[in-house]
Design a protein around this ligand. Structure first.
Ligand code: C2E
Ligand code: MG
Ligand code: MG
Ligand code: MG
Length: 279
């Protein structure tokens, strides 16, 4: 009867839930050993200057090649790594690896470009975060004025005073700070002028429909105007078509990042995009 049916539904639901949790526990477990087993790779995606068309920077993006599963996207494992706290070690590895490559490229005589890494809230809130950054700088000998940090609005808003203090210290060491996915969070405009930041990265959801949806064009235009009046650089994320580029150029966006120019690529491939130093 109806009561039994109900029970059955619960059983099926229970089964799906258990299976999902088992998968997650398994993912967590293999993530714990992924660093030691050298399963992560750092990819780089170029940032293009709107005026010159040159590669002026790159974002470092992590990739996980999980044995037996192929590539797991960061969208899948980063949130879990954040919940478990594993993100702290992972992001530390990302920073170290990015600095190592940056140092190497400069030693090889390439024109220096800005390399940015993503900061997770957990890593940022670690009491010894700045100490660990200094340690990496000492170890790799990198010039931090060529390493930038990408943060989200929610990271700042969680503890405004702490964020301002830490960001100021990073900037004192020479780094530039970008706000990632700008426009999707809840940062207040009043705070924006107080934050020690250098760049806004317009979220790709606004860029996507910029040529077809008037609202998205209006939002993008507003973000660019805001950035200019606060003397911040502005980057468009997720640029995929020439029409988007034309519109963004017209709106005086400073830099582009997206599949139109390049997907995130492995180090060797990215090295081909660098140009030799002129002097
Ligand atoms: P994000 O920091 O906003 O990075 C940009 C994402 O947009 C990347 O996804 C990139 O591959 C993708 N993308 C770039 N251009 C285009 C485009 O033209 N079209 C489309 N559809 N997508 C584009 P990815 O690499 O999958 O990373 C997703 C997110 O995972 C990142 O978003 C970032 O929040 C996080 N993430 C990636 N690597 C790291 C890391 O090393 N540490 C931390 N904490 N988070 C990371
Ligand atoms: Mg980013
Ligand atoms: Mg982004
Ligand atoms: Mg994003």
């Amino acid at each position: 009867d109806a009561k039994d049916k109900g029970k059955n539904h619960y059983r099926i639901f229970d089964y799906i839930l258990t299976e999902r949790m088992a998968k997650r526990v398994e993912l967590e477990r293999s993530m714990r050993t992924a660093l030691e087993r050298d399963e992560f790779a750092l990819y780089f995606q170029p940032l293009i200057c709107a005026k010159t068309g040159k590669v002026v920077g790159a974002e470092a993006l992590i990739r996980w090649f999980r044995p037996g599963h192929g590539m797991v996207s960061p969208g899948e494992f980063i949130p879990i790594a954040e919940e478990t706290g594993l993100i702290v070690d992972i992001d530390h590895w990302v920073l170290r690896t990015a600095c190592k490559h940056q140092k190497q490229w400069q030693a090889q005589g390439f024109e220096p470009i800005q390399i940015s890494v993503n900061l997770s809230t957990r890593q940022f809130q670690e009491p010894n975060f700045l100490e660990r950054v200094r340690h990496v700088v000492e170890d790799t000998g990198v010039d931090l004025s060529w390493i930038g940090f990408e943060i989200t609005e929610s990271l700042i808003m969680q503890n405004v005073d702490y964020a301002i203090k830490v960001l100021n210290e990073l900037r004192d060491m020479g780094s530039i700070i970008s706000i990632d996915d700008f426009g999707t969070g809840y940062s207040s405009l009043a705070y924006l002028k107080k934050f020690p930041i250098d760049k806004l990265k317009i979220d790709r959801t606004f860029v996507r429909d910029i040529t077809t949806h008037a609202e998205d064009e209006a939002i993008t235009k507003t973000i660019i105007t805001l950035a200019k009046s606060l003397l911040l650089k502005v980057v468009a994320e997720g640029v995929e078509t020439i029409d988007q580029i034309e519109k963004l150029r017209h709106l005086e966006c400073d830099e582009f990042q997206g599949f139109y120019f390049s997907r995130p690529v492995p180090v060797e491939e990215f090295t081909h995009m660098l140009s030799p130093r002129v002097r």
